[in-house]
Design a protein around this ligand. Structure first.
Ligand SMILES: Cc1cc2nc3c(=O)[nH]c(=O)nc-3n(C[C@H](O)[C@H](O)[C@H](O)COP(=O)(O)O)c2cc1C
Length: 215
């Protein structure tokens, strides 16, 4: 079926950068922010896109892209519908993973951590900063529920536009942020001949330690 696609020969020789193992930062967030700034210079629209993986109560993993909207020394915050499948997974099992892949830099960052809902006031602050259409969009759907094939979301949107006309759009209580508190952060830099550079930080509850991993 895939005879016309030459999968075996899809490969590149990574060579753009390296990790200087003799000169490392103590905190992975500081290094992450350095890499993130570089990624933003190249892809300012979606450098904050990452794959979030969760595990359901019956141990089924699931991955999807989300946009990280805040990074601070505590962790990485994204926003979503608290009734969505990912949120149901997180309610049962807060162990999650985030994966950033910055192709242009030949870099990947893998983060394992614990996801916790942020405070209602922090979610309000972010919600109030969103464009009005996005605010209304948060009221639009029960994310991840099944709908009929001919469901007309434009009609729902019109109804909501009328409902909120001349009024501030408040945050639905089922929409807000999660902060992922990192426990492990691994930086991967592609290198020639598959001799990639890997650096892993682990948090023991008090401080970060670091180790180099074989490619
Ligand atoms: C580039 C991109 C950015 C996305 N950003 C978000 C986001 O920040 N929050 C979100 O809930 N879904 C986001 N999505 C949609 C999710 O990938 C997913 O379809 C949705 O959240 C439902 O996932 P779930 O059913 O596993 O909960 C994004 C998708 C893409 C492709």
């Amino acid at each position: 079926m895939n005879q016309e696609i030459d999968f075996k020969n899809i490969r590149i020789n990574y060579k753009k950068s390296k990790i200087d193992f003799n000169n490392l930062q103590d905190c992975p967030i500081a290094l992450f922010l350095d890499w993130f700034r570089e990624a933003l210079r190249i892809n300012k629209d979606e450098a904050n896109a990452c794959v979030l993986s969760t595990v359901s109560t019956n141990n089924r993993p699931s991955s999807r892209v989300v946009l990280v909207k805040e990074i601070n020394k505590e962790g990485f915050t994204f926003f979503t519908n608290y009734k969505s499948d990912k949120s149901i997974d997180i309610d049962d099992n807060p162990n999650v993973s985030l994966n950033f892949y910055w192709r242009e830099l030949e870099r990947q960052v893998r983060i394992c951590g614990i996801a916790k809902k942020i405070s209602a006031s922090d979610s309000d602050n972010y919600f109030n900063s969103r464009p009005r259409d996005s605010q209304i969009g948060a009221w639009l759907s029960d994310q991840s529920l099944s709908v009929s094939m001919d469901h007309n979301f434009m009609k729902d949107l019109d109804t909501l536009q009328i409902k909120f006309e001349g009024k501030e759009v408040e945050r639905p209580l089922y929409w807000g942020g999660y902060c992922v508190y990192p426990r492990k952060v691994e930086f991967w830099q592609g290198r020639p001949s598959r001799l990639h550079h890997r650096l892993k930080y682990s948090f023991d509850g008090e401080r970060w330690s670091k180790e180099r991993l074989a490619p």
